[in-house]
Design a binder for this molecule. Structure first.
Ligand SMILES: O=P(O)(O)OC[C@H]1O[C@H](OP(=O)(O)OP(=O)(O)O)[C@H](O)[C@@H]1O
Length: 214
C-alpha cells in the first residue's frame, strides 16, 4: 500500500464490457480502466479470428474502393492484419507496414515519434527507405484498427507524405471518442470507420458509463 495517491495502481479489469456493432458483426469489448476515473473498451483484433478479419477487410474495402488507392499502409502492430485484409479485399497485392521495432535493416529508416492511448510512453514509427518507391507519387490509404488520440495516425500520415505519397483516405475499424479530430485537423474528413466507441467514467455505484460527448 502507498500513502501517495499518485503511486496508487488502477486495476485495469473492470469486469464490464461494451458491445459494438462492426458493420453488422457485433463484438463485446472488455472495458479496461486506465485511471481510477477513466476507462476505454479494448479491441484486440488479433484475438477475433480470421473470419472477423475478412469481414472488416471487405467492409472497409467497400468504403475505400472509390478512392482508387494504389496501395495500403498500416502501422504495427494491430494495424498489420487490417492492412493485409483490406489489401486482399481490394484485390491488391503489395502493402507497406510502418514498424515500431528498430530492426537492423531499419537503421536508416524515415522516423516519426508517436504516443498512443493504449501504450505507455513515446514510441517510434519507422518507414523502411526500401519501401519509399512503393509510395512515391502513389494514391495511399492508411489503415489501423483504432483511432483514439490520433497520434499514431498523424505519425503515419506524416511518414507516408514524407515518402512522397498522396493520402487519399484513412480506414479504421473503430473511431474512439473525439480527441483524434483536432489531432488530425484538416485530415479528419479522410477518415472512414466501421463503428464508433465511447470512453467511460464510473458512476456513483462504480458502473462504467459512456462519457458525455464521446
Ligand atoms: O489514436 P491513438 O491514441 O494513437 O491510438 C491508436 C493506436 O493505439 C494502438 O496501438 P498501440 O500503440 O497500442 O500499439 P500496438 O498496435 O503495437 O499494440 C492501436 O493499434 C492504434 O495504432
Amino acid at each position: 500500500m502507498t500513502d501517495n495517491p499518485a503511486d496508487a495502481k488502477t486495476d485495469p479489469a473492470t469486469g464490464q464490457s461494451w458491445c459494438v456493432d462492426v458493420a453488422g458483426w457485433p463484438i463485446d469489448l472488455p472495458i479496461v480502466a486506465i485511471k481510477p476515473d477513466f476507462a476505454i473498451s479494448l479491441m484486440m483484433v488479433i484475438d477475433l479470428g480470421v473470419r472477423f478479419g475478412a469481414h472488416v477487410g471487405q467492409a472497409l474495402a467497400a468504403k475505400l474502393k472509390a478512392l482508387e488507392p494504389d496501395i495500403i499502409v498500416g502501422a504495427a502492430t494491430l494495424g498489420i492484419p487490417v492492412a493485409i485484409d483490406v489489401t486482399r479485399a481490394l484485390g491488391l497485392d503489395a502493402y507497406v507496414i510502418l514498424q515500431k521495432s528498430p530492426k537492423l535493416h531499419l537503421a536508416n529508416a524515415l522516423e516519426q515519434r508517436i504516443s498512443s492511448i493504449t501504450s505507455k510512453g513515446e514510441q517510434r514509427l519507422l518507414l523502411d527507405r526500401a519501401a519509399v518507391p512503393l509510395l512515391k507519387g502513389k494514391r495511399v490509404v492508411v489503415v489501423d484498427d483504432v483511432i483514439a488520440s490520433g497520434s499514431s495516425m498523424k505519425g503515419s500520415l506524416d511518414l507516408v507524405r514524407k515518402a512522397g505519397a498522396e493520402v487519399v483516405g484513412i480506414g479504421v475499424i473503430l473511431t474512439e471518442a473525439t480527441e483524434w479530430k483536432p489531432m488530425l485537423g484538416a485530415d479528419e474528413h479522410l477518415v472512414h470507420s466501421l463503428a464508433h466507441i465511447p470512453q467511460f467514467s464510473p458512476d456513483r455505484d462504480g458502473t462504467w458509463k459512456p462519457r458525455a460527448g464521446t
